[in-house]
Design a binder for this molecule. Sequence first.
Ligand SMILES: [Zn+2]
Ligand SMILES: [Zn+2]
Length: 702
Amino acid sequence: MPKYLVTSALPYANGPIHLGHLAGAYLPADIFVRYLRLDGQDVVYICGTDEHGVPITIRAEKEKITPGDVVDRYHREIKSSFERMSVDFDNFSGTSRFPRHNEISQRFFLDLLENGHIETHSEEQFYCPHDKRFLPDRYVEGVCPSCGFERARGDQCDKCGKLLNPVELVNPKCALCGNVPELRTTSHWYLRLQDFEKRLVEWLSSKKEWKENVRNFMLGWIQTEGLRERAITRDIDWGIPVPLPGAEGKVLYVWFDAPIGYISSTVEWAQKIGKPDLWKDYWCAKDTRLVHFIGKDNIPFHAVIWPAMLMGQNGGYVMPFDIPANEYLTLEGDKFSTSMNWAVWVDEYLENFPADPLRYCLAANAPETKDADFSWKSFQARNNDELANILGNFANRTLTFVNNFCSGKVPEAESGAAEDEISRALAEKITEIKRCFSSYKVREACRVLMDIARLGNKYFDEQKPWALRKDSPDRLAAVMAACMNILRVLSVAMFPIMPTSAGKLWAMIGEKNDITAERWDDLAGKRIAAGQAVGKVEILFGRFEDDVIQAQVDKLIAKSKAAKESNNKGGNKMEAQSEAQPAVEITPVPAGKPQITIDEFGKVELRVAEVISAVAVEKSNKLVKLQVKVGETQKQILAGIRQHYPPETLVGRKIIIVNNLVPAKLMGEVSEGMVLAAGTEDKSVLSVLVLDKDMPSGAKIS
Ligand SMILES: [Zn+2]
Ligand SMILES: [Zn+2]
């Protein structure tokens, strides 16, 4: 059996991560790894922060702290964001925090040098006589030769996007002190990528099963551009020293040591688990499937440059097996932009919402074959219309029914033709979702997942368990056992996408073993055990109301406006990230009502009522239309509880009503009473009154 070594692109430790990062390289990888584990595969999932390079030293100089301080801060932040989003790496290292990363990177350099793939060139570079140092590209600022923008950086113009060489700038200035720099001669080491061109083309051509955006894009790139030498050293002091005499003050370029971080993070993992040589079983074994999850911008590095680096090694490293790169995610129709603060940061999201709805929303709309957009409205719709109304609803109505009418246990049952049909349909869906996960199609996996829940709801509706209670207890048992079994399949099928909710549902259906011990191949054949008691039932997915979603949209707009103003003033771009908090409405606690006599209270007739049916009132997002039985009479009551109770979950329950209320019309429907419920002041939590002991419907309350 092959081993899997799965990596996600190393995030750059110069800022927090946002939803676009998550959707591109992390969530798809985490889903894939969880899928593999449920398939019993041997897999290690590796990541870490990319911690060298000029943007970090520039930030450190601006903030008057060390580069180490900068990367420590963001390493911590990024690591915690991933943990809170349930992105579960086996090891999360960082290229400046594991000492052996230096030695491994230097070995890479020396192997390439020994094998004749590195040469040196002298070149003219800006030097600041005031700061007594060479100035790498971003340390030089000046006027863009293309558009005339005054503050273009030495590597790129932020206004027109043109890639630049510092010597092209008009009126170049040292970005540190503002003085005019002078050109001096320095020498650098270059990697001869052209040495690998033929092998790379052969190798890429053989990858027929790869995504087209990776394979064809790269073959086209090599053929039209051709491969050239690429500088692998720089004149700064933050990085891995070039391991040669006379190379003082020179370090390896960050693009060179970053991918080697995949190897060193695996070495660190092996060391941590007390098997220091185990990393070789993955990196140096021919049958390892090395899978790099990355975003679109990283394709040339992972599909051409990194493979070339690996080809030039003596260590016998495995080549990438697949590179399922994703396209870009946009935000409310626009590109994510850190400098304009047009972003939803992961930590910011987590202040208001749990991880799983976002994981689902990003997976269901993953930028797999083309760019995809995240909008707060679509997030709300995915959560409310799919997670809450379809999946959560099926779980809730099933578990409530089992609790109310099957003594809270999976009934012993003889299955009929309808149940056999459900089993067949489930087996098909399991095969389908496996195929999606194994081919990195998480969008489709989400669709299949919802199909399974829809299958459950449809079966529930067709079988009408509420109508079977009196006359067909055997059928009721069969239906509820089948529904519980669908929930069991749903828990496992949703685990790669929504691990926390899957675990919750798993516990609710009364399973005691760890869900990660389940295997795809057993899933269709296994049946939930008869007699198994259901666990504590909770709402699996809450609904997100319009005002909560609107607050996020407002916040995004306010943040980007603040960033724009701050950028215009030339202020520190990072200061613009301070968050505009949404206004919270505070309702005053109402004063108590005047006292009443017992006779006055006696005018209110309270009764126990049994809910026979419950449906949502179409034009309202609050009202539920209930048919209730009060003793021998049946009546209709409208209640504003839909946001707290999916209608189906109310069927069969005994509630308390005001029975002698003058009938009223609400949204064109007659209401002949009132359901009693307790609610918090802000109406965020609402609880319908129920009885401590079971009582017949119609029983008086006094
Ligand atoms: Zn420009
Ligand atoms: Zn200077």
